[in-house]
Design a binder for this molecule. Sequence first.
Ligand SMILES: Cc1cc2nc3c(=O)[nH]c(=O)nc-3n(C[C@H](O)[C@H](O)[C@H](O)COP(=O)(O)OP(=O)(O)OC[C@H]3O[C@@H](n4cnc5c(N)ncnc54)[C@H](O)[C@@H]3O)c2cc1C
Ligand code: FES
Length: 265
Amino acid sequence: MLQQVNALVTINRPLTGDYWLIELEAPSIAGLLSPGQFVNIRIPGLVPFLRRPFSVYRVNKERRRLQVAYKMLGEGTRLMTTALSEGGFCDVIGPLGKGFSLPEQAKRIAVIGRGIGIAALPTLVDLAATRNIDVRGFLSARTPPNLIGADIFADHGFPVETHVDGDRNVQVVTDLLQAEISRTSFDAIYVCGSNRLTRAAHRLAQQAGILSEVAMEQHMACGFGDCHGCVIAVNTDREGTEKAWREVCHYGPVFQTWEIINASA
Ligand SMILES: Cc1cc2nc3c(=O)[nH]c(=O)nc-3n(C[C@H](O)[C@H](O)[C@H](O)COP(=O)(O)OP(=O)(O)OC[C@H]3O[C@@H](n4cnc5c(N)ncnc54)[C@H](O)[C@@H]3O)c2cc1C
Ligand code: FES
């Protein structure tokens, strides 16, 4: 059930690199949220008034607070750093969209993220840990300070491979998964933050015959399927013979990688 709350801002400060972290006291959203779903934040003073969508980075143990890791990109995210001050309030709607599926029988999963796209993944890692599912992380970023989340994997005792641009040992972080997949069996692959990594994840999952899902990021307005502002063309069959338009906010943001035309072409 969708909630709109005026949430206390408990944290809003720089995280690392280009990223900031905002934490909101929003138990009615945090308690309902499943991994991969998102929230829509109203930013005071932003003109034209349109909320901005964000993945939930962490939910605290008591499921009262949620955190968003955000990259300062344009007017809205720049304003977020000043207009939503600690001790003030934030108008937030959520949980929105369809999140990741984590098969009941899964024993080991691979989680791949790049840049701020990594922010969509820790809630999935936390859920997998509660189900005793083994997680292998594959994270990449443009620069070392922009590589977030590795500590979250490590706190659960999950191995994580990292890669930054210019690192000559491997070309892309999925090369490391490719090596791993030849030795170890996985039940699913999850990815966010890069078309290139999504294509690689799709190819590896196809070869292994396993589930692969991607969290898509698309410009949004309403966030719940009303304005059709976030449509993308998707495959409606695995062979890619039939296509359809889908609102990312309603049918996603998580899709199976075969649905994504660029990933599966
Ligand atoms: C489901 C979902 C989850 C998201 N999760 C996060 C998150 O956890 N952390 C985070 O930092 N960002 C996330 N985003 C992206 C975030 O919504 C945008 O960065 C934000 O709306 C930019 O607002 P702005 O006003 O600062 O930038 P704008 O002024 O609106 O845009 C600045 C520049 O960024 C581009 N841009 C804006 N929005 C997007 C987008 N959605 N995709 C690609 N390019 C865009 C614009 O084309 C423009 O070039 C998510 C988006 C979606 C749809
Ligand atoms: S943002 Fe309005 S339909 Fe998706």
